[in-house]
Design a protein around this ligand. Sequence first.
Ligand code: NAD
Length: 280
Amino acid sequence: MTEAIATPHLTLNDGTSIPQLGLGVFLVEPDEAERIVTDALEIGYRHIDTARIYKNEEGVGRAIAASAVPREEIFVTTKLWNSDQGRDTARAALEKSLERLGLDHVDLYLIHWPSPKHGKHVESWEALIELRDAGLATSIGVSNFMQTHLDDLAAATDVVPAVNQVELHPAFQQRDLRAFHAERGILTEAWGPLGQGKYELAELPGLTEIAARHEKTVQQVAIRWHLQEGIIVFPKTTRSERMIENATVFDFELSDDEMATIAACDRELRVGAHPLNTDF
Ligand code: NAD
């Protein structure tokens, strides 16, 4: 077993600690997930972000079970899928996720989307509070919520989500939402931190020069930018050499000027689905 990567840990608003850098497993094939998470744990990752809809919870769980890394050293997040939202359905959904993961609790359970089509984000949040109180999830949060959805939760309960996991990358920086999170004590998690490969990071002005100056790749610069912005980040890759590359981001620092250059790259360029979409 190798040492854990040297990521900082952040403290959630419920007092628990989360490794700021992890590995995401969206679009990881079910039969590949075990190998990929095994590699990640060996490389030193201790934070895995999955979801019931990714259909790879079993593989994630098998890798954790087979690993020499103690369960309590691994931070596992999974998510409540839209069609499972509801006061009475959320518990069964989490129990099934735990069964697939082979775990008795997850570290973080998220409502995956506000899903206006189902209109159940508030009652789902009330259900998640009960699941947290029952010990099935240590921390609870949301994903793809806009300010209006967070306001809905605040009007109904006094439990503030620990995190909001949203699309966020250098061309889509979500500064207004992040300021709102900071006011409420919600940490921001980035999904698609590398733009999901849907645009060339190297084409953003200044990124290539910054990368060359530090002898890093533009992907490493983007990950480092998230870390210095205080954002939790879990880039996805299936390749172990890229897992190592993406975790080799603690031996350099972006200057204030470089952070400003990246701040100027914001294009409000959404590459994924909008939170108000009604397709799923
Ligand atoms: P990402 O921005 O992490 O990009 C992944 C792409 O970048 C892949 O094509 C990969 O091959 C490539 N890549 C990774 N490292 C690289 C490197 N060093 N050099 C070059 N290319 C590299 O996109 P993502 O996977 O969508 O987001 C990360 C995680 O966020 C997901 O795996 C998942 O866990 C989570 N996520 C959540 C939601 C949500 O709705 N909550 C949506 C999408 C993703």
